[in-house]
Ligand binder design. Structure first.
Ligand SMILES: Cc1cc2nc3c(=O)[nH]c(=O)nc-3n(C[C@H](O)[C@H](O)[C@H](O)COP(=O)(O)OP(=O)(O)OC[C@H]3O[C@@H](n4cnc5c(N)ncnc54)[C@H](O)[C@@H]3O)c2cc1C
Length: 400
C-alpha cells in the first residue's frame, strides 16, 4: 500500500510546528508506514526572528538565536534541506532539485519577505532588522557609530510583527539615553496608520509614552520614495522628513515560490480560509502563517495557532471524522516599551485588543520566550498554553 503523504513547504515557525504536530496526530499511521510527513526547508538553520530586535538594538550575538532545523523536528518527519522550485496544484506535485514529489495533503508555510527594494531609494538609504540577522547586526554597528542628528524610524505596510517598529523606536530612544546622547539626537517615528499603533487601545498606551520620551510622531505617512543624496524621505501625502540615520521596517511580500507557482495575489499572499486554513476551499491544500492573505497580524503566534488548526483539519479529513476545526483568530503579541515594560496585544476575530497597563511581568514573559521557543516548536508547551488561554479553535461537525 502506498503511504499517504503530507508535504509541508517552509521550515520556519508555522512549518516546523505543523510537521511535528502532524506526526504526533498520525503517530500510529506513520509508525506503521501508512502515512509520511515531509518538510522542505531552504535553510539548514532555524532563526528565532524576534531576536533580531536584540541584535539590532542591544548588540546581542546572532548565533544565540539560531538552531539546526533537524534538531527541532520529531525523528519521524522526513526533512529535505532544499528549496521547492515550483508547486503544481493541478497535478498535486511539488518540484525540487529536478525531482517531483506527489502529495495527498500540502501545507504552504513559506512566510513573508521584507522587500526594501520595492520603494525607490529605501534599500540604499536605510538600515533594517527584518531582512535577517546580518542586516540586524549592521543596524547595531551603525547605531554604535551614530552620535548626533536626526534619526527616523519609518514603517511601511504590510509587514510581519506589528509591534516591531514601535518597539524599535522605544529601544533606540533608550539606547541613546543610556549612551548620554539623548540631547544630541532627534527621534522621529513615521507610520502609515492614523495612530502610533493600528489598534486604538494600544495606541492609547503608546502615544503618551512617545510624547514623554520626546519621540516625534508622524501619522498617515505612506512612503513614496527616498532621496538618497538629499537624505530625505517623502510621503505620498506630500510630507518630507530629513534624516541622518534611517531605520525602516520595509513593506513585505509573499515568498518567491508563490509568484513562480502563480498561487497568490499581486503581492504574493495566498488565498486562505480564515477559520479552516484551507487554500481556496480545497480539501488537500492548507496555508499557515505569514503566507496567507488573512487580514490578521503576521506573527509567530498566529503561525503557531494556525499550524495546530491545519494539522487537526488534515487529520480529521484523513480519518473522515467529519469534524472541522475553526481558528478563533486569537493573537497574543508582546510589545516592548523600553524601561523594562511591555504590554500584550491580545485579541480574537471577535474581540479587538483592550487597553492595559505596561508591566514588568509582561516584559519578563517576553524576554523568557526566547529560551522556550525551541521547546514550543516541538509542541511540548501546547498543553500549558491550552490551560492558560483555552484552545485556539472551535469545532464544527459536518453531517455526511
Ligand atoms: C524583528 C522581528 C520581531 C518579531 N517578533 C515577534 C514576536 O515577538 N512575536 C511573534 O509572534 N512574532 C514575531 N515576529 C514575526 C514572526 O517571526 C513571523 O511572523 C513568523 O516567523 C511567521 O512564521 P511562518 O512560518 O509563517 O514564516 P517563517 O517563520 O518566516 O518561515 C517561512 C520559511 O519558509 C521558507 N521558504 C520560503 N520559500 C521556500 C521554498 N521555496 N522552499 C523551502 N522553504 C521555503 C523560508 O526560508 C522560511 O524559512 C517577529 C519578526 C521579526 C522580523
Amino acid at each position: 500500500m502506498t503511504p499517504k503523504r503530507v508535504v509541508v513547504v517552509g521550515g520556519g515557525t508555522g512549518g516546523t510546528i505543523l510537521a511535528n504536530k502532524m506526526v504526533s496526530l498520525l503517530r500510529s499511521e506513520t509508525s506503521e508506514g501508512k502515512a509520511e510527513v515531509h518538510l522542505f526547508a531552504d535553510s539548514t538553520e532555524h532563526v528565532f526572528s524576534p531576536g533580531n530586535l536584540d541584535i539590532a538594538f542591544r548588540g546581542m550575538v546572532p548565533a544565540s538565536f539560531r538552531r539546526r532545523e533537524a534538531a527541532l523536528l520529531n525523528r519521524r518527519v522526513v526533512l529535505h534541506e532544499t528549496a521547492v522550485n515550483r508547486i503544481d496544484l493541478m497535478n498535486r506535485t511539488i518540484l525540487y532539485d529536478s525531482k517531483v514529489l506527489n502529495y495527498d495533503y500540502l501545507v504552504l508555510a513559506t512566510g513573508s519577505v521584507a522587500r526594501p527594494d520595492v520603494i525607490e531609494g529605501l534599500k540604499e538609504a536605510s538600515h533594517n532588522f527584518h531582512t535577517g540577522q546580518e542586516d540586524a547586526r549592521k543596524t547595531w554597528e551603525a547605531l554604535s557609530r551614530f552620535s548626533k542628528g536626526k534619526l527616523v524610524v519609518l514603517t511601511n505596510i504590510p509587514h510581519k510583527c506589528p509591534p516591531s517598529p514601535v518597539e524599535a523606536v522605544f529601544l533606540v530612544e533608550e539606547l541613546m539615553r543610556e549612551r548620554g546622547l539623548r540631547d544630541k539626537v532627534e527621534i522621529y517615528y513615521a507610520t502609515p496608520y492614523t495612530r502610533a499603533y493600528p489598534a486604538p487601545a494600544i495606541a492609547d498606551v503608546v502615544e503618551p509614552l512617545m510624547e514623554k520620551r520626546g519621540i516625534r510622531l508622524y501619522n498617515m505617512f505612506n512612503t513614496d520614495y527616498v532621496d538618497t543624496k538629499l537624505r530625505k524621505v517623502y510621503s505620498i501625502e506630500g510630507e518630507e522628513l530629513e534624516f541622518d540615520m534611517l531605520i525602516t521596517v520595509p513593506p513585505h511580500r509573499g515568498a518567491d515560490i508563490v509568484f513562480r507557482s502563480e498561487i497568490g495575489d499581486a503581492e504574493g499572499w495566498i488565498p486562505t480560509d480564515r477559520e479552516t486554513m484551507r487554500y481556496s476551499n480545497s480539501d488537500d491544500v492548507y496555508v499557515v502563517g505569514d503566507a496567507t492573505n488573512i487580514p490578521i497580524s503576521k506573527s509567530g503566534v498566529v503561525a503557531h495557532l494556525e499550524a495546530i488548526v491545519a494539522a487537526e483539519n488534515i487529520t480529521s479529513d484523513y480519518f473522515g471524522t467529519g469534524k472541522v476545526y475553526c481558528y478563533t483568530g486569537r493573537i497574543n503579541c508582546p510589545l516592548e516599551l523600553g524601561g523594562n515594560r511591555a504590554v500584550f496585544v491580545s485579541a480574537t476575530y471577535e474581540k479587538p485588543p483592550t487597553r492595559q497597563k505596561p508591566s514588568e511581568m509582561k516584559y519578563l514573559m517576553k524576554r523568557t520566550f526566547a529560551s522556550i521557543y525551541w521547546e514550543m516548536l516541538k509542541g511540548r508547551l501546547d498543553p500549558l498554553f491550552d490551560l492558560y488561554f483555552g484552545k485556539p479553535y472551535r469545532v464544527r461537525v459536518v453531517e455526511h
